[in-house]
Design a protein around this ligand. Structure first.
Ligand SMILES: [Zn+2]
Length: 281
């Protein structure tokens, strides 16, 4: 009450009260938000034709597999879970072309975090290279699209690269099934955007970082830069027509938001990023 009276008094004598409050309403202070990036593995391929790319169209044969932690004043979200932690037992690339130098659980220790430190966990999709740590997460709420949930937790798994033994524990955790867009913390700063097609319920993530700016994390909407440029749909996608629609939808979203777009698997792009303990805000 005292503060209000003082503010009123200042308004009366300066006349800037109205200007102050209307500009505040149009540009509310953005909530504190931090994004941490982690190396959660690498994949290497002798050929890229499974991505509908000719081998002479790109010389990229390695993909990074990142994980991300989003810190919001109302909670902590894990986005994508990398390769299975057991791959770290092998030094360098294994015979399947996968490597993991340090488990995610080890990497988050210096931040004072454990696998029980997350309020929410969301995967762009349930392929094995995105849910590697899923079974290690405890006490978080899983945010998952309805068609992805139905396919991933079905009695019979029909989707290629779904490995329920990596994520089945999540069935016993809190699960929030969503359909379409989802505003994680209710203030628009962290939004899940449905982009079906790569898998039945694939999704991407929008972050409105106060300093870095609006950012979209691609999930596997694209794997390579050429995939985005030429709208190439991998041969192993669940639904090609749905994927093309999702590409159009996300590209429009990115344009409307004037967002930066990170292709998650893009190793060259990743090498230019700050990784934890550094962060984006
Ligand atoms: Zn992937």
């Amino acid at each position: 009450m005292f503060v209000k009276s003082v503010m009123f008094y200042i308004c009366v004598i300066t006349g800037i009260c109205g200007a102050y409050s209307s500009s505040y309403a149009k540009h509310p202070i953005k909530p504190a938000l931090k994004l941490y990036v982690f190396d959660c593995g690498m994949l290497t391929f002798p050929t890229v034709d499974m991505f509908s790319i000719n081998n002479d169209e790109t010389d990229v044969r390695e993909l990074i597999v990142p994980c991300y932690i989003i810190e919001h004043e109302k909670g902590r979200l894990l986005w994508d879970g990398g390769l299975p932690s057991s791959i770290a037992d092998h030094e360098g690339y294994d015979e399947a072309g996968q490597r993991l130098d340090k488990t995610f659980a080890e990497q988050i220790k210096p931040l004072g975090l454990t696998m029980a430190s997350f309020d929410y966990v969301a995967f762009s999709h349930m392929h094995y290279d995105h849910v590697g740590v899923a079974n290690e997460v405890t006490g978080a709420t899983l945010l998952i699209q309805k068609p992805e949930y139905e396919a991933a937790f079905a009695d019979t798994i029909t989707i290629e690269f779904f490995q329920p033994e990596l994520y089945n524990n999540l069935k016993n955790e809190k699960v929030q099934v969503i359909e379409g867009g989802h505003d994680v913390f209710g203030d628009g700063s962290v939004q899940i955007v449905s982009a079906y097609g790569h898998t039945p319920g694939h999704q991407v993530l929008f972050l409105d970082l106060p300093k870095y700016g609006p950012l979209v994390l691609s999930g596997d909407l694209y794997h390579f830069r050429i995939s985005r440029r030429e709208k190439r749909v991998p041969q192993f996608n669940f639904d090609a027509a749905q994927t093309l629609k999702a590409m159009d939808k996300v590209e429009k979203f990115v344009k409307d938001k004037k967002a930066i777009f990170w292709i998650e698997h893009d190793f060259a792009g990743f090498k230019a990023l700050k990784v934890a303990p550094e962060f984006y805000e």
